[in-house]
Design a protein around this ligand. Structure first.
Ligand SMILES: *[C@@H]1O[C@H](CO)[C@@H](O)[C@H](O)[C@H]1NC(C)=O
Ligand SMILES: *[C@@H]1O[C@H](CO)[C@@H](O)[C@H](O)[C@H]1NC(C)=O
Ligand SMILES: *[C@@H]1O[C@H](CO)[C@@H](O)[C@H](O)[C@H]1NC(C)=O
Ligand SMILES: *[C@@H]1O[C@H](CO)[C@@H](O)[C@H](O)[C@H]1NC(C)=O
Ligand SMILES: *[C@@H]1O[C@H](CO)[C@@H](O)[C@H](O)[C@H]1NC(C)=O
Ligand SMILES: *[C@@H]1O[C@H](CO)[C@@H](O)[C@H](O)[C@H]1NC(C)=O
Ligand SMILES: *[C@@H]1O[C@H](CO)[C@@H](O)[C@H](O)[C@H]1NC(C)=O
Ligand SMILES: *[C@@H]1O[C@H](CO)[C@@H](O)[C@H](O)[C@H]1NC(C)=O
Length: 540
């Protein structure tokens, strides 16, 4: 009897499953998971360690609705796997919990239609990038960034002939590191790439011709080689025209130790160029005039770039962000500003020329920087007075002219910027004189005012309390006299106040109660020493 019943039991179960299945496929919307692919995903999951349980939805029949899995709506094949760490706050507990660990199972190669694989920001603890990833030939997007892989990047990735995005950025946030990826050969890079990031991958073994290997990538739009231990930048590049689509180039934090090469100026699609901390030498070539689409130029911290800020930089129609800080630039600023004042596009929003050796006066054409939000000319040798055209810089948020040799009065025109969110003014370490202009009190958004180490005289204006958002006021080391205005105590946002080394006299305003910390919780009165109980009068 048993032997006769069993087949019919199996038969009816089969029909039931069949009916359920056909019922399921009637509800059109979600694609149906293919069982061999489901098994491949489950094997892949088994090899991973998932501390936070973010793959807990990976059970049951419909793998198409598992977290991070996407199927083709028509065929039901798995096309995307996105297992990027949901937290991007590296080093946070949440990030660490979110890291997948363990191994990457070869079962992934059974997903014959996979085009998108993101395993970034996980912790594979020094695992070598599996050679078999190069067998998933349908991939268009591969992101293995910041996941603590190590060893040689497998040349098998060169078989990915459809690959457009390859992100191997190797900065590791693992506690068990450090881990280092290297590539001693780059000839394998697939020519289909439009985006390549090999930041932190050690390319020092890739030889003198490393750059030539990239010129095969004729579709490339972004090349990120930040901190790759590259030691040389060739002065000429025969096939630079092959890179004519390149829009973003980042070679920062390498040891290039060479002049800025002229082949750069053949890359006429460039929008962003980052060459900071590269020990570049010599002057900044005027060949930059060819890069008409340039928006960002960062040549900061090369320490050795000399000569002038080329006037052609002032003519670039799209330039928004110019950082030439921490070099040895040693001419005047006039040529650049005069060129800029004729630039009808007026795109510049960020200009940092700090920590150079620039000299001469600031011309009135400074006021042409009408869209500039951040101006940092600190730590140079500029002389003369602050041009009154500064009142035309109608987008200014942050002004730093500290540590120069400027003199004269602070122009009243600064007050014309009153409608704006001028956040921070640092004029410390010059030889500015005269009184603090009343007009400066109109800058109602001001958070930081630092006039320390100048020759300012006269009284602290009584209306100082108009600066109702002030957090830092440093007037130390001037020749200010008279009484400390009572209004100062009314600025409730004030956290740092330094009035030391002046000729102030009289009473300390009642409300500035130094010896009662409960009145000014979180506030500091800086009198030459941190958090004094009482300010000795002679320091004020
Ligand atoms: C899977 O589908 C079911 C039913 O449509 C739904 O309730 C569930 O939230 C889905 N799970 C995921 C992880 O999307
Ligand atoms: C993949 O998983 C299978 C089954 O669990 C296992 O036998 C195999 O060793 C794994 N391979 C890798 C590379 O982890
Ligand atoms: C790769 O993933 C990281 C986050 O883990 C992300 O910042 C980066 O933009 C991704 N790369 C690409 C090419 O999308
Ligand atoms: C980079 O690779 C070279 C050899 O290719 C090696 O000498 C060097 O130590 C590596 N750099 C680091 C930081 O490991
Ligand atoms: C000037 O003050 C601003 C705002 O506090 C600060 O960010 C900047 O570092 C200061 N400049 C110098 C050269 O210290
Ligand atoms: C600063 O300016 C005053 C005049 O306002 C001048 O007497 C003094 O010599 C200047 N100091 C320096 C160091 O230039
Ligand atoms: C004022 O600026 C000088 C020079 O930039 C700096 O050393 C000082 O710390 C600043 N004062 C405050 C209170 O931030
Ligand atoms: C206040 O300013 C003086 C002179 O600029 C400086 O020496 C001192 O360190 C400052 N005090 C604090 C606490 O920053």
């Amino acid at each position: 009897m048993d032997l006769k019943l069993r087949p019919s039991f199996f038969f009816s179960s089969f029909i039931l499953i069949f009916l359920l299945n056909s019922f399921d496929s009637g509800s059109a919307a979600s694609p149906k998971c293919i069982s061999t692919e489901r098994e491949a995903l489950l094997t892949f999951k088994q090899s991973l360690t998932d501390l936070s349980g973010r793959l807990s939805s990976w059970s049951g029949q419909d793998c198409c609705n598992w977290t991070g899995v996407l199927c083709d709506a028509r065929t039901g094949h798995v096309v995307n796997i996105d297992l990027r760490n949901p937290s991007q706050a590296v080093n946070s507990d949440e990030y660490k919990r979110g890291c997948l660990r363990g191994k990457i199972n070869q079962s992934l190669t059974r997903l014959k239609f996979l085009s998108y694989l993101d395993l970034s920001s996980n912790d594979f603890n020094g695992l070598v990038i599996p050679e078999f990833i190069g067998h998933i030939v349908t991939l268009r997007y591969l992101n293995l960034s910041s996941s603590s892989f190590s060893g040689e990047v497998p040349a098998s990735l060169g078989s990915l002939s459809k690959l457009e995005f390859l992100d191997l950025y190797a900065e590791s946030f693992s506690d068990s590191g450090p881990f280092a990826l290297r590539a001693s050969d780059l000839k394998w890079l697939p020519s289909s790439l439009t985006y390549l990031n090999m930041g932190y991958v050690n390319l020092s073994g890739a030889g003198e011709t490393w750059l030539q290997d990239f010129t095969r990538l004729t579709k490339l739009k972004e090349l990120h080689l930040f901190n790759c231990e590259i030691k040389n930048l060739p002065p000429s590049l025969s096939s630079s025209a092959n890179l004519k689509l390149l829009e973003v180039l980042d070679l920062s934090e390498n040891s290039l130790s060479s002049p800025i090469p002229s082949w750069l100026f053949d890359l006429t699609s460039l929008r962003k160029l980052f060459l900071r901390w590269d020990f570049l030498q010599g002057s900044i070539p005027s060949g930059f005039k060819n890069l008409k689409l340039l928006e960002t130029l960062d040549l900061s911290n090369n320490l050795e770039l000399t000569g002038e800020v080329p006037p052609v930089l002032g003519e670039l129609p799209q330039l928004k962000y110019l950082d030439l800080s921490a070099n040895e630039l040693n001419s005047q600023i006039n040529g650049f500003l005069d060129a800029f004042s004729k630039n009808k596009y007026n795109s510049l929003v960020f200009l940092d020329l700090s920590s150079n050796k620039m000299a001469g006066t600031l011309p009135e054409s400074l006021g042409a920087l009408r869209n500039l939000q951040i101006l940092d000319l600190s730590s140079n040798s500029f002389t003369g007075s602050i041009p009154s055209s500064i009142g035309n810089m109608l987008s200014l948020k942050k002004l730093d002219l500290s540590f120069n040799a400027m003199n004269g009065n602070i122009p009243e025109t600064l007050g014309k910027l009153a409608e704006l969110i001028v956040n921070s003014i640092n004029l410390s370490g010059n030889n500015l004189s005269g009184e603090i202009p009343e007009e400066i009190l109109d800058l109602s958004y001001l958070r930081i005012l630092n006039l320390s180490r100048n020759s300012m005289a006269g009284r602290i204006p009584g209306g100082i309390s108009k600066l109702g958002r002030l957090e830092t006021l440093d007037l130390s080391r001037n020749m200010l006299s008279g009484a400390i205005p009572e209004g100062l105590a009314a600025i409730s946002s004030l956290q740092k106040l330094n009035l030391s080394y002046n000729k102030l006299e009289g009473r300390i305003p009642q409300l500035l109660k130094f010896d009662d910390p409960s009145v000014y919780i979180g506030n500091e009165l800086l009198c030459g020493k941190p958090l004094p109980k009482k300010c000795p009068r002679r320091m004020l």
